[in-house]
Design a binder for this molecule. Sequence first.
Ligand SMILES: Nc1ncnc2c1ncn2[C@@H]1O[C@H](COP(=O)(O)OP(=O)(O)O)[C@@H](O)[C@H]1O
Ligand SMILES: [Mg+2]
Length: 317
Amino acid sequence: MLLTDPTAAQRTVSFFGGKGGVGKTTLAASYALLLAGRGHRTLVVSTDPAHSLGDVLGASLDDEPVELDGGFWACEIDGEKVARRRVEQIGEEAQEAVPREVVPAVERHLDRAAASPGTVESALVDRLTDLLDDLPARWDRIVVDSAPTGHMLRLLSLPALLTPWIEGLVRQREQARGTERMLSGLLGRRNTGPDPLLRRLHDRRTRLERTRHRLLDESVVHLVLVPERLPLAETERAAQALTDAGITLGPVAVNRVSPPDAEGLLADRARQEAQVRADIHERFGDRGTVEIPLLRGEPTTRTGLTGIAEILANAGW
Ligand SMILES: Nc1ncnc2c1ncn2[C@@H]1O[C@H](COP(=O)(O)OP(=O)(O)O)[C@@H](O)[C@H]1O
Ligand SMILES: [Mg+2]
């Protein structure tokens, strides 16, 4: 059973997911423009390491949002850069906290950690959390242009995966503190002050919990596909995985549909697509589907994007 939620359209965070090249960035940008045009302060953020949001919007973007039009903001999060910055910061703190002879070993460990995929993804979640925390003070709506499916699934499930891990660390640290206190008591020393490490772990746990709830209660994922068999198979698997993770699926977007009045090669394609489109409708019709035609040129201008935004609006988005 897939989750159907009639309030999906009112959710404040919309993710666009799907295979590489199906039109996630184009649709995320178009939808964000649509929302901004309706007067919602909207941020569109790309979490795909292969960023193209800036190219589509004709702007140079980094992880600090910039206002491109009144009430329309955009940014691209570079997970590796955020991870490097965070690891550098930990390194500086470690310099003060650990004995000097241990510092080179700590630095080697941090270098390795900075490059590991887990660190990059958790840094991405961290930065995304910062942006989500600015709802509703800074933005009314956030649109996320996600990385291809596998990445997006991991990103969405990371807060849930990390929470028990952090809780384990908190418990370990609390036990260690208990032992430290007992020992200092035995040695007749005064009790030590508040534990900065424990405080940071608690903060992190609270942040992750908040993000997890936002993903479950305030977010919706729109899967994007082109009318072909392989993208449909992947979309079905993604829909199931998202539903299993408790994430709400919104209407599905079928992009680059060949025109019905085509001739030659395109007419052959249109015939093949008809069967896949019928299957998509059967599978996802209950949550709504929207079809976007194959356009003559790449929709990389504002006119192109607002054209797509109109199609979304006519479909009730
Ligand atoms: N409906 C469409 N008609 C024609 N070209 C499209 C359409 N939608 C997207 N494109 C083009 O297809 C390419 C891939 O789209 P993009 O949004 O970057 O996909 P993704 O983000 O899923 O990788 C881009 O060059 C884009 O301009
Ligand atoms: Mg993209």
